[in-house]
Design a protein around this ligand. Structure first.
Ligand SMILES: [Zn+2]
Length: 365
């Protein structure tokens, strides 16, 4: 959303807070200015006018009594000749009722948390999954389920692209099953998705696969993403496959920048951001590759007002969190000789290690 004057973060936070609580949805610019301790009335008016333009708020016009001792707002349909409260006759006093503008936020635009699909990274048997299930389930209004998708134990297999497609097809079928169950239970058939690391690659393949064009999604969060920065999110938003995408970037991520050297078809989206205008890139300066799911961080992310919670529930016009950034330049990947060499090395490693991998799979299915 573009503003003429950039709004203060506190203003947006305040609007988000009111929508979330459903409180104080109607106010004058002066009242709003007091609640955010702001003197810049003109700036606030322009901000509120933009919300009106976007349909997040509506503007109502009314009058108030001009007498200093009264100043009450006159009920709709009053004659505007006499105050029904202090009984001042305006003509007699030679005064006029004062026009005033109210803004009313449209609370209905905030959105419920719905059921959710989580696609984790490689070999993630971490305890965070339990903690995550608990935290998120306690926030879902109708105790809607989360599907934590497990795809087993991936190792050298990630070095070859056909294996990704194999896993992505399995994921697609599992999602289709879950959506069918949701429909039966009269839930929305557009789940939200949280994907991490290699899970982001698999989810992007499901989106690109024509065989799964029937699957539609709500809001998508990618964390520690290894999706190509130039991935065309805009196309999927436009076609209605997904509602929106949040790319949560860990500035200290030490894995993502190297993923595309070893894993074919991937890129450092979780480090440099997505170039698509449709994406919301947000950088956390302290996070590494897996810090999103540390219990203390995760709790903060899905608490009221936390980044993920806000993204999943607020009108997106109001989603302007700290760390938001835009990537203008297209991403330049590797030159092709390097790319070919690395793929050949990957393939060779795969073939050498295959027997061991198969043996391990038999022992640890
Ligand atoms: Zn009055």
């Amino acid at each position: 959303m573009m503003f003429d004057h950039p709004p203060q973060r506190e203003w947006i936070e305040e609007v988000g807070r009111r929508l979330e609580l459903g409180n104080e949805l109607t106010f004058t610019v002066e009242e709003f200015a007091r609640s955010v301790n702001e003197d810049d009335i003109a700036g606030l008016e322009s901000f509120l006018a933009t919300l009106v333009g976007k349909g997040t708020a509506s503007e109502l016009h009314s009058y108030r009594c001009p007498m200093t001792a009264c100043r009450r707002s006159l009920p709709e349909g009053s004659t505007l000749l006499e105050c029904p409260y202090c009984h001042t006759d305006y003509q007699e006093q030679g005064v006029q009722p004062m026009p005033m503008t109210f803004y009313r936020l449209k609370g209905a635009l905030s959105r419920d948390l719905r059921w959710m699909i989580v696609v984790h990274g490689m070999n993630s048997r971490a305890p965070w999954q339990e903690a995550f299930s608990w935290e998120i389930a306690s926030r879902l209004k109708y105790s809607a389920p989360i599907l934590i998708y497990k795809y087993g134990w991936a190792t050298i297999d990630v070095l070859v692209a056909p294996y990704h497609r194999h896993l992505a097809r399995k994921l697609g079928h599992r999602i289709r099953e879950a959506i069918a169950q949701a429909r039966l239970a009269k839930r929305t058939d557009r789940p939200d998705v949280i994907a991490h690391s290699f899970g982001t690659r698999l989810f992007s393949l499901v989106l690109e696969d024509e065989n799964f064009a029937d699957l539609t999604f709500g809001r998508i969060i990618t964390a520690g993403s290894i999706i190509h920065p130039d991935f065309d999110w805009g196309r999927h938003v436009k076609s209605g496959r997904i509602e929106a995408v949040l790319n949560h970037v860990g500035a200290k991520d030490g894995s993502v920048p190297f993923a595309h050297y070893t894993i074919p078809g991937t890129g450092p989206g979780g480090k440099v951001g997505y170039t698509s205008e449709a994406a919301h890139n947000v950088r956390n300066c302290a996070f590494g590759h897996s810090d999103f799911f540390k219990p203390v961080n995760m709790k903060a992310l899905i608490a009221n007002g936390g980044l993920w919670h806000s993204f999943l529930t607020r009108p997106l016009d109001l989603f302007m969190p700290e760390g938001l950034f835009v990537v203008r330049k297209p991403w330049r990947g590797m030159c092709w000789p390097l790319k070919c060499t690395l793929r050949l090395v990957g393939m060779a490693l795969f073939l050498v290690a295959l027997p061991f991998s198969l043996a391990r799979r038999l022992l640890d299915p």
